[in-house]
Write a protein that binds this ligand. Structure first.
Ligand SMILES: C[S@@+](CC[C@H](N)C(=O)[O-])C[C@H]1O[C@@H](n2cnc3c(N)ncnc32)[C@H](O)[C@@H]1O
Length: 224
């Protein structure tokens, strides 16, 4: 499998292969299906959607690496700079981008996605969890915060305070980690109906991030 390439703006790595979640998104695509890919990166999921015949809008704050011929490219910061009519999409996909958002951006973004989706349309989200080796020291704190009922237990203002991992320099200084229950709760609070939320290990995850198989969270939710 090829190695994931580093993003130019130090927002992590472009996926080297489709994750199980991105594959599920691509499988839901088909001729004429209107799909939005948020934080598209190099466009791996957008290309898979195009190959299925979908009408694809690909968004990123940095579109220089985006290679998705046939997609409409929208260079903007999700969620505040992104604007679409209600019901514009059948599917929305966001892989490895939510962990760069603050809690308010997550809440606002999920509410926006709910409106951008037609009723019955589906959202596919993938994000980092605390169960990655670099954040192992944060796991107990995350679970303590969750038990205490904090709204955003996975928000880490200064990632360097919890981790000395050498790959951290390739990420923003703050990071937002989710698990299946927190991400599902945020989706429900935004008015989405959760179909599935699960923890898994991405096939192309760098082995130095391996902890216990729960390194990534995948959520599928429906706009009602
Ligand atoms: C780790 S890469 C993942 C790219 C792609 N989704 C994939 O799975 O390969 C994260 C991407 O999200 C973009 N990004 C980060 N924050 C964003 C935001 N608020 N709005 C839009 N794009 C954002 C970055 O520029 C980067 O290309």
């Amino acid at each position: 499998m090829p190695n994931p390439a580093l993003t130019r703006n130090k927002m992590g790595w472009h996926a080297a292969s489709l994750s199980a979640l991105s594959e599920a998104f691509a499988e839901a695509c088909g001729p004429g299906v209107r799909a939005l890919d948020i934080g598209s990166g190099s466009g791996i999921a957008a290309r898979a959607a195009l190959a299925e015949g979908a009408v694809v809008t690909a968004n990123d704050i940095d579109t220089t690496a985006l290679d998705a011929p046939g997609a409409s490219i929208v260079s903007a910061r999700f969620p505040r700079e992104l604007h679409f009519e209600d019901g514009s999409f059948d599917l929305v996909h966001a892989a490895s981008v939510f962990h760069f958002l603050t809690g308010n951006q997550v809440a606002y973004g999920l509410r926006s996605i709910r409106r951008w989706l037609r009723p019955g349309g589906r959202l596919f989200v993938q994000a980092a969890t605390p169960y990655q080796a670099p954040f192992a020291p944060f796991v107990a704190e995350f679970e303590r915060r969750k038990a205490a009922g904090l709204q955003w237990p996975g928000w880490i203002e200064k990632a360097a305070a919890w981790s000395t991992h050498k790959r951290l320099g390739n990420m923003p200084s703050s990071v937002h980690l989710f698990d299946d229950t927190t991400l599902a709760r945020y989706a429900e609070e935004a008015g989405l109906q959760v179909e599935s939320a699960r923890l898994f290990r991405r096939a192309d995850l760098n082995p130095s991030l391996f902890l216990d198989g729960r390194e990534t969270v995948a959520l599928i939710a429906r706009s009602v």
